[in-house]
Design a protein around this ligand. Structure first.
Ligand code: SAM
Length: 248
């Protein structure tokens, strides 16, 4: 029986590919790629000759059983997306889910992931965080999304696209207030990698100052709202302290 390797590829800097990823990509019988042309460029950069098939959002459901059948016939298959870790806001869920359901072997070849790279350098709390994927397309849904993110009390990591970044920040300012803290990580591992940490208003100003700054790939991060003891009234706090003393 073959193995499905879920292989992370670089998010910008090609040097971030791992030795193991290169070996697996060179050794497998087949590479299932989000975009075969895009992956073809990566493979030719590393002089890897491999057979590729397309596995993207639109055909993943139909192709999944075929992939599991090939694994059962003994083929080793690598799953890659255009950049970073497959399944993280990328295709692959249907096939991995089906592999697990049908007992096929799946193993990760870990590597770059924009969310993890961003939060690790954000300066925000990382003891607990949530990844929320892309923000919703509609303004009202986006405002609810930002409010829920912050009310979770933990750091939230979100992906944003270049055509929506300004509208998204306007929504964030409206529902969270323009003084709310935010961190932006842009073009990670690429030449113009940028981190910006400040208030939502300052970030809007920073991006508006030069339209070129609104282009590229973005990760947004919001600190969770702290449940501040001072927000409770003093009587309630005294009661909580009294109850605490009674606890075993
Ligand atoms: N699977 C990928 C990963 O592991 O990060 C994410 C794929 S998702 C379709 C693409 C989004 O990820 C972009 O719109 C952006 O929000 C984020 N992203 C990908 N590469 C990035 C980079 N180099 N810098 C900042 N964000 C990036």
């Amino acid at each position: 029986i073959g193995t499905l390797y879920v292989v992370a590829t670089p998010i910008g800097n090609l040097d971030d590919i791992s030795q193991r990823a290169l070996k697996v990509l060179a050794d497998v019988d087949l590479i299932a790629a989000e975009d075969t042309r895009h992956t073809g460029k990566l493979l030719s950069h590393f002089a890897i000759k491999a057979k590729t098939i397309a596995l993207h959002d639109h055909n993943e459901k139909q192709k999944s059983q075929q992939i599991v059948d090939w694994l059962n016939e003994g083929l080793d298959i690598a799953l890659v997306s255009d950049a970073g870790t497959p399944l993280i806001s990328d295709p692959g869920y249907s096939v991995v889910n089906l592999c697990r359901e049908q007992g096929a072997s799946v193993t990760p070849v870990p590597g770059a992931c924009a969310a993890i790279a961003a939060v690790s350098c954000s300066g925000l709390a990382t003891d607990k965080f949530q990844f929320l994927g892309f923000t919703p397309a509609k303004s009202k849904a986006r405002q609810d999304f930002f409010l829920n993110a912050v009310n979770s009390g933990m750091t939230s990591i979100l992906y944003e696209s270049t055509h929506r970044i300004m509208a998204s920040l306007d929504d964030a300012a409206q529902c969270l207030g323009r003084e709310h803290k935010i961190v932006l990580a842009k073009e990670l591992t690429k030449t113009y990698e940028t981190f910006f940490s400040g208030t939502i208003f300052e970030l809007i100003e920073f991006l508006s100052d030069d339209r070129a700054r609104q282009k590229g790939e973005f990760v947004l991060m919001l600190p969770g709202k702290e449940v501040d003891k001072q927000e409770f009234n003093p009587d309630a706090m005294r009661m909580i302290d009294l109850l605490k003393n009674e606890m075993p």
